[in-house]
Design a protein. Sequence first.
Length: 311
Amino acid sequence: MTSWRYDVAGIQGRRLCQEDNYDAFVPPKQLQGGDLLLVLADGMGGEQAGDRASALVVRRFIDAYAAIPTCAIPQRLQRALDHANCALALEVATDSQTLAGMGCTLVAVVLEKTKLYWISVGDSPLWLWRGRCLIRLNQDHSCRAVLAQHVAAGKINSAEAESHPGRSRLFSAVTGDSLTLVDLSSEPRALLPGDRVLLASDGLLTLSETEIAARLSERKVRPCRHLLDAVLAAAHPYQDNATVILVEAAAWIISARWQAWLVRLFVMVLLILGVFGWYSLGKAIFLGDNRLVGILNPLAAVVTLDWERLP
């Protein structure tokens, strides 16, 4: 089993409030739901409505994930999303005039040993950092992805794509209505030693993927704070909320059975070395092997005893 550690940081940007929410859940072993679940939602709907939507969806997603009977992780993720979406629909129904248009994006990942599963709706990115390169794993359900395709095809340039008024328009989001686009990893992504997984709200996209990869390569103690410092330094006049979660394998945990065997082996090695050491030292003393004394006792290298001349 692998132990996972993660770092989190967020900024409000130039928005009136923070509409991002996130949480983590460590599934119990009997749940068979992986080692770690991370969920990040970016609210929309304006001020408190966006915060309310993202907080509700994160909470209900995790609650549902923990309550679902034993099943495969992709199915568990899909059912948790459906439950959270229905919960949001019920919430909107309590005050349809005030909460109309309330919703959020969502990206959730499950880490299991050396495997990564995910589900996402909207434009919150999920990346794999491997070999100093950033690899986008999930789909981008926004106009930004279409504009990137136009840039690649030579239809527009990068500056036009960056200034396009509809670049942040979403094609899919968690709003309580039918989910039109969902990116679900039916098969896990294999993780290698040194891999890092990065979840973020779209506010981080003030930085390019090249800039993000370069910042991660610097291996700071607080990498998420380091990324957001770069976002703030860019001084975007309409900087969105930005939340970043970076997760990586902390260490390989050995089972209790193997730990016991390793302890026994270590003790045996110490006993063997101890017996050999005392035997060698005794031999050196009683047989006059001063060279070995010099190895075992640095003082003997300075003061050499001539046992044959002793009375």
